[in-house]
Design a protein around this ligand. Structure first.
Ligand code: B3K
Ligand code: ZN
Length: 856
């Protein structure tokens, strides 16, 4: 890091994959007693250790941070360990021994929301990745697995921990988890909670008690989550043969939480925004996300908990696989093409910028300073893409045999990517050493395509190239599965989907005996996370949009038309491409197409995506011009459709009782898009009517958003606030909308005002993200030439870092694309990054992020 930051990066320890050494002791069992008190909770641990015979590292080191050590003993004899801020070291016997310690912690003062903390008067925990060390001294590493018995003493009505209940009485409860687990899966909850109970019988007949625990008043928002849980349990039995393995499965909703949810064994803890749902307070998007997250956390029970990671470098082993599994689940529950398209939109919006900027890192990183900074789109979403490619390469049958072997061979173990790939090698006889580059090489490959046609033979030449990324100047060619199909002039398929396996830097594929030059549909289903570069015409894109039988590529053709049109509008000031407008109008009216698909077609390319495309094209992106082009496009489309919009709006309106199912949600998504166009023309009449009459949040929210975007929603925004001010989750929507719908000139000012609103607090990550996340996501507002967006975010990050390093560090990613912009904006951003870096007492989390971004 530069001297200007006032920090010496060498002061921060870096951890390396190559340094892995197993812990020198077995942990035979763990016994914990918690005496709960808000500012002085006592944690008493009794842990049986056995030294390993030939330990490479025989030192008895236990992690521990922010703990007040009251006493420690070995085999009943008091000891005085060497204590540092990171942990303790103690001399130990050569044979098995009992370690006992008592520590004191301050859950009420824990604003970092890591370890044991309090949220709205309830106790809860977050231990992944390294939070258990803030609860007691322990070898806090995922390869140390043990069984836990936990006694909780407190006055709260509900006292929960992992595993099965042993005893429940007034003022105390005891839990035992028979499955050995790493400390990051430990959980404890204590509070005056109420439950939404249910039961599930597994395929082998085990009766499981299910509960969703919430604060009183939220009981009526649990039914959907419970249903999603039962669907997930059934799906995992059917799709992967995985059965639940305890007598009870508890989910708890917590308001103050750094991420979406956590898969603690038998006791999942959820951000309340990711589990509580009701038609009146949640949108269709919320419902879908809740279903997916409940599934994700449940699926971790096998991919993450029964088989865990050897070390945190292997994080994608559980996260990539579990994201892949939850995507399969959503595809089965809803529409597979819509899910695939949405996932690719998300990948391009979040993972591609990461991979193309200063934070680029491999799916399996080889070094980190703060592991919490690596819960990224690369580890999760690209990690899932890599599994999708593997499945495509080996085939569905081999994939499921490999997974069976994985569960059989590694149950109860802490594994590596090598173990994962080996089950595929052993199942298929394939050599996956080249495939492994997907795990070790960072960066998004660019795939260039050239074509030729001569005497019935069509030739496709592919070239792959990956730009250097931090620490990786040279890249080797990867195996890329390229799914293609060929169409003739009539739009008939002359070659159905076929997977080409590219292994070289440059490779030629020939297709013989074709009557005429075909139109290729390349990278069907987005068969690899690459950037496709192909000279093509708008006419060909329009042809594929009309005829491609692969829904992903059909959408992609429309998407690339939209991008091309938007780019030329920004670059040359041209009007929207009439051919594209035409195609869009046809699609919109085509009732044979799935409404959800049509809604996706109407979703404009993101402004950040356009900025990146301009940058790659050698044009410095001007955020204001990009926003102007988006406005012009929407207005032109609305005007061209003027006559039919009221009819289309009426025809797509979903009446009757609300149901969150995928079909109704798809219709409402399309209807919402049409409403936003209509609102540009009708003075907001239809939206105002919809706002007033809607009995569900989806329609109320889309009406409000349309009105606010058109600067016609002031009355409705006030009414919305007054109606919902006591509902935390709905208020998050209100806060976010104020910023998201603001004009670029006003976005930062509005966000600044909101940070002074009585309901704004730095202590609740959802509220902080509602405002600051919306600002960072408002491309033209955040990158406004005044720099007001940058300085407001920096100011708030500096304030938040003192309380909550994890959420601060994550939000720093808003600055990761800074090198795309003009030199004035770059200087403004750099100054803000330096301001954060030199603000004094910066957390390890934020320090690492800011240095990596600055060192671009
Ligand atoms: N495993 C957790 C994420 C933990 C994040 C720690 N900073 C949730 C999930 O991926 O399911
Ligand atoms: Zn996960």
């Amino acid at each position: 890091m530069t001297a200007a930051t006032g920090h010496d990066s060498t002061a921060q320890q870096t951890f390396y994959l190559k340094d892995y050494t197993p812990f020198g002791f077995e942990v035979d069992s763990v016994d914990l007693t918690f005496r709960l008190a808000p500012n002085a909770t006592r944690v008493i641990s009794r842990i049986h250790f056995t030294p390993k015979a030939d330990a490479a590292d025989p030192q008895f080191f236990l992690h521990g941070e922010k703990l007040k050590l009251i006493s420690a003993s070995i085999d009943g004899v008091a000891v005085t360990p060497d204590v540092t801020p990171e942990g303790l070291v103690c001399t130990t016997p050569d044979t098995a021994f009992l370690w006992e310690a008592e520590v004191e912690i301050d859950p009420a003062g824990n604003t970092a929301l890591e370890g044991l903390y309090m949220s709205n008067g309830m106790y809860c925990t977050q231990c992944e990745a390294e939070g258990f060390r803030k609860i007691t001294y322990y070898p806090d590493r995922p390869d140390v697995m043990s069984t836990f018995t936990v006694r909780i003493e407190g006055d709260e009505e509900v006292l929960l921990s992992n595993g099965n209940p042993v005893s429940q009485g007034a003022g105390a409860a005891e839990w035992h988890d028979p499955w050995p687990k790493p400390a990051y899966l430990f959980a404890l909850v204590a509070g005056d909670l109420v439950n939404h109970p249910d039961t599930f019988t597994t395929k082998s007949g085990r009766a499981v008690e299910l509960n969703i625990w919430v604060r009183p008043g939220d009981e009526d928002k649990c039914a959907f989550g419970m249903d999603a849980l039962k669907k997930s349990m059934t799906w995992d039995e059917q799709a992967y043969g995985r059965e639940y393995d305890l007598d009870i499965f508890n989910i708890v909703a917590v308001d103050d939480f750094n991420m979406g949810a956590m898969e603690n064994k038998g006791l999942n803890i959820f951000n309340s925004s990711c589990v509580l749902a009701s038609p009146e307070t949640s949108t269709d998007a919320n419902f879908e996300r809740i279903e997916a997250i409940i599934a994700h956390e449940y699926f971790h029970n096998w991919t993450g908990n029964r088989i865990t990671c050897r070390d945190w470098f292997q994080l994608c082993l559980k996260e990539g696989l579990t994201v892949f599994r939850d995507a399969q689940f959503t595809s089965d529950m809803r529409s597979a093409p819509v899910k695939r398209i949405s996932d690719v939109i998300d990948l391009r919006a979040r993972q591609f910028p990461e991979d193309q900027g200063p934070l680029s890192h491999p799916v399996r990183p080889e070094e980190f300073q703060e592991i919490n900074n690596f819960y990224t789109a690369t580890i999760y979403e690209k990690g899932a893409e890599v599994i999708g490619m593997l499945k495509r390469l080996v085939g569905d049958g081999a994939y499921s045999r490999a997974l069976d072997l994985y569960f059989e061979r590694h149950d109860g173990q802490a594994c590596t990517i090598e173990d994962w790939l080996k089950v595929f090698e052993d199942t298929t006889g394939r050599d996956l050493s080249q495939f492994k580059r997907w795990y070790s090489q960072a960066g998004t490959p660019r795939l260039k395509v050239d074509e030729a046609y001569e005497e019935g033979t069509y030739t496709l030449t592919f070239e792959q190239d990956t730009a250097p990324t931090p620490g990786q100047p040279q890249k080797d060619p990867r195996v890329i599965p390229i799914a293609i199909g060929l169409l003739n002039d009539n739009g008939d398929e002359v070659l159905p989907t076929t997977v080409l396996e590219m292994t070289e830097a440059k490779q030629v594929f020939e297709f013989k005996d074709l009557a005429s030059k075909p139109v290729p549909s390349i990278l069907r289903e987005f068969s690899a996370p690459v950037v496709l570069e192909r000279e093509t015409s708008n006419a060909e894109r329009a042809f594929l949009l009309a005829h491609d039988s692969d829904p992903f590529n059909q959408w992609e053709a429309g998407n690339s038309l939209a991008r091309a049109s938007r780019l030329s509008m920004v670059k040359t000031g041209s009007a929207p491409d009439p051919a594209y407008l035409d195609a869009l109008q046809k699609l919109l009216r085509d009732d044979t197409l799935d409404p959800a698909f049509r809604a996706l077609m109407l979703q404009p390319p993101s402004q950040s995506d356009i900025a990146q495309a301009l940058f790659e094209d050698g044009t410095v992106p001007d955020p204001q011009k990009i926003d102007d082009a988006a406005e012009t496009f929407a207005m032109t489309l609305a005007q061209q459709l003027a006559d039919s919009l009221p009819r289309l709006y009426a025809a797509t309106t979903v009446d009757g009782p609300y149901s969150p199912d995928a079909t109704s949600a798809g219709k409402r998504a399309l209807n919402g898009r049409i409403l936003s166009l209509l609102t540009r023309l009708d003075g907001g009449d239809a939206a105002a009517r919809q706002f007033a009459s809607a009995d569900n949040m989806t329609q109320q929210y889309s009406a409000l958003a349309s009105l606010m975007k058109a600067e016609k929603g002031e009355t409705q925004s006030i009414a919305f606030f007054e109606k919902w001010q006591a509902d935390r989750l709905v208020m998050d929507k209100w806060f976010a909308l104020q910023v998201a719908c603001a004009s670029p000139d006003r976005a930062a000012g509005i966000a600044a005002d909101l940070t002074r609103h009585p309901l704004f607090t730095l202590k609740n990550p959802n509220r902080f993200r509602a405002v600051m996340g919306a600002l960072a996501g408002h491309h033209a507002g955040f990158h406004h030439a005044s720099g007001a967006g940058y300085s407001l975010l920096a100011e708030n990050l500096i304030a938040l870092d003192k309380l909550n390093p994890q959420t601060t560090a994550r939000m720093c990613t808003a600055f990761q694309t800074w090198k795309r912009y003009d030199s004035d904006r770059q200087s403004l951003i750099k100054a803000q990054l330096q301001r954060i870096a030199s603000s004094g007492g910066l957390s390890r989390d934020t320090n690492e992020m800011v240095s990596r971004i600055l060192n671009a």
